[in-house]
Design a protein around this ligand. Structure first.
Ligand code: SF4
Ligand SMILES: [Zn+2]
Ligand SMILES: [Zn+2]
Length: 310
């Protein structure tokens, strides 16, 4: 296939758009579509301070690269979750990328900030006797909110792509998680002075499209999956959606966009929920003690108890 712009040999073919681009024109296409998403959804402006949550993976580093090139005021945030060698390597990739673009990277180590005796996500899940991903997801949401507020950021940007969003949507629909469905939007306005606006500028790009950008740009990202991702339901949902997409190109996009169109009243109603402040940490919550404090307190007590028994 030939590039749609210059007729040179194409490097990236996009069946669902019926289009193909050479490497330089694909970079232009990708950046201009990210900009279109930002503007059409009123995600942020050039005067706002944006905290980009980076994991060392392709999507988050690619997003930081695009936003930097579009001239936005960005800072990276890497959360060290304490997941063995995976965390060590993903932190190195994030730090190396920040250096390569001359960007500032804030690093928050969960073990130092919240755990005790070097307690990270692995120890947390062992103490709670539950799968690491549920505690990890809650911890990441809490830490990103807290850092964004403490450092005065207006906006928190994440690298979620179309595959991530449709897999989450499928999981939420299969289990009719109405609370989560109401919060599944590419833009979540701040509903409390301590909460930054949350945005997902890559929400219309497939994993393959996001990867193509990163490969063409030569960004060094962590290719290995988190060891805890093995067997996660999100992977099953992604595989099922890929099977559907192969037979019916554009199915993922119409699934997500159709939902976002119809869910507007649900999402707007969720923005009206009154939030209080956690009596222990002060972060916004609907309960007296926030879910994060409850979870970590329970894990620390269980760990102390287990150690006492030995
Ligand atoms: S796979 Fe699970 S444990 Fe690993 S980073 Fe993702 S949410 Fe956390
Ligand atoms: Zn071209
Ligand atoms: Zn709390």
């Amino acid at each position: 296939m030939r590039c749609l712009k210059c007729r040179d040999k194409a490097s990236v073919e996009m069946r669902r758009h019926n289009a193909a681009y050479c490497a330089p024109h694909y970079v232009d296409f990708f950046r201009s579509h990210v900009l279109r998403n930002i503007k059409s959804k009123k995600m942020f402006g050039h005067s706002e301070k944006i905290l980009v949550a980076v994991s060392g993976g392709k999507d988050s580093l690619g997003l930081w690269d695009v936003l930097t090139h579009l001239g936005y005021k960005t800072t990276g945030l890497y959360i060290d979750l304490g997941i063995g060698e995976y965390s060590v390597r993903s932190r190195e990739k994030s730090e190396a990328f920040a250096d390569s673009i001359g960007g500032k990277l804030v690093v928050k180590d969960v073990r130092e900030a919240y755990g005790e005796d070097e307690m990270g996500i692995t120890e947390l899940s062992k103490a709670l006797r539950r799968a690491p991903c549920s505690g990890c997801g809650l911890t990441k949401r809490y830490v990103t909110n807290q850092v964004a507020h403490e450092l005065g950021f207006d906006v928190l940007a994440t690298g979620h792509n179309l595959d991530d969003e449709t897999a989450t949507l499928m999981g939420n629909v299969l289990h009719w998680q109405m609370g989560y469905l109401a919060r599944q939007s590419p833009v979540l306005e701040s509903t409390h002075v301590r909460l930054a606006r949350k945005v997902k500028p890559l929400y219309t790009f497939t994993e393959r499209e996001s990867l193509s950008y990163v490969l063409i740009r030569g960004i060094d990202y962590i290719e290995e999956e988190c060891p805890n991702a093995h067997g996660a339901l999100s992977i099953l949902y992604k595989e099922a959606l890929n099977t559907i997409e192969n037979q019916s190109p554009g199915a993922k996009s119409s699934f997500l966009m159709g939902f976002l169109d119809r869910a507007k009243p649900l999402i707007e109603a969720a923005e009206d929920v009154e939030l209080a402040e956690c009596i222990q940490c002060g972060e916004p919550t609907t309960a007296e003690l926030c879910a994060f404090c409850r979870m970590w307190d329970r894990a620390k007590s269980a760990r102390r108890l287990n150690r006492g028994k030995i």
